[in-house]
Design a protein around this ligand. Structure first.
Ligand SMILES: C[S@@+](CC[C@H](N)C(=O)[O-])C[C@H]1O[C@@H](n2cnc3c(N)ncnc32)[C@H](O)[C@@H]1O
Length: 249
């Protein structure tokens, strides 16, 4: 790991629920300004819960099974922190992969997980997200446990941090929960194209799979239905009209 290099390609701002997000030069933010944390719990926390329910044969099965999760993209690590907390609640460590275009975000997250010298994103930001996860979701798992779970999974390669996802990305193992949190189709059109989505759904998703995203585009809905998913169009978070939660059992 190098010394703290350069400067952030974005600025960190506070959203209305007090949680942090990143704003880029073109004004696009990583999360809703109404609440980064609340949006993550609504869109991706629900997906983690649903996938766990689908995977656990008996609803009362204890501990329930944590899904192998794909996060696109890592951003500030909200989904990873949530996944680690959910897994810890079930007495497990998280399993999955995160993809991220911006190397500094991956390096910063890794530095926090391993308590190494801070990179561009301050450790206090991740601590804040983990503290919210532990306090607000009612998952009584401490910040230390959330971070230790991630460290253990990264060590064992049960959770892998990968670079940008492209059409050529190969998935060696499939996923039963997908947090499709790429930037908008305006910023990353390739990730929302029918060609990309068809390939992604057939090569990345287990037969039993839940996919959630803040968005609700025509290409996405058609690709999901053609891949055998059942769509649940939910109210979008804050200013967004609709969001997509899809499952295939
Ligand atoms: C909406 S933000 C994700 C927020 C994140 N889920 C979190 O919890 O903070 C979108 C992220 O996708 C990343 N990204 C953009 N294109 C990508 C690609 N092709 N592969 C992986 N990540 C990408 C961006 O750099 C950004 O960090």
């Amino acid at each position: 790991m190098t010394d703290r290099p350069g400067s952030l390609p974005f600025e960190i701002i506070t959203t209305a629920d007090g949680s942090p997000t990143a704003r880029f030069g073109d004004n696009e933010t990583m999360h809703s300004l109404r609440g980064a944390f609340s949006e993550t719990v609504y869109i991706y926390g629900t997906a983690l819960d649903r996938a766990s329910q689908l995977l656990s044969k008996e609803p009362a099965e204890s501990p329930s099974i944590s899904p192998r999760t794909l996060s696109l993209g890592l951003g500030l690590g909200y989904v990873e922190i949530l996944a680690s907390a959910y897994a810890a609640k079930n007495g497990q460590t998280p399993k999955g992969e995160s993809f991220e275009l911006v190397d500094e975000l991956t390096a910063s997250f890794q530095a926090w997980v391993y308590s190494r010298p801070e990179q561009l994103v301050p450790h206090s930001l991740y601590d804040d997200v983990a503290r919210r996860t532990s306090e607000i979701t009612g998952i009584t798992v401490g910040v230390g446990e959330i971070r230790a779970g991630l460290a253990k999974s990264l060590d064992k390669k049960d959770w892998v941090l990968r670079p940008a996802m492209t059409l050529e990305t190969i998935f060696e193992q499939k996923f039963s929960c997908v947090a499709f949190d790429a930037f908008s189709s305006k910023s990353t059109p390739e990730l929302w194209s029918r060609e990309f989505l068809d390939r992604f759904l057939s090569t990345a998703c287990e037969q039993t799979c839940v996919l959630s995203t803040y968005a609700c585009t025509g290409h996405l809905k058609r690709a999901l239905v053609d891949a055998g998913f059942t769509l649940e169009i939910r109210e979008g978070y804050a200013s967004k009209r609709d969001s997509t939660l899809a499952h295939r059992a």
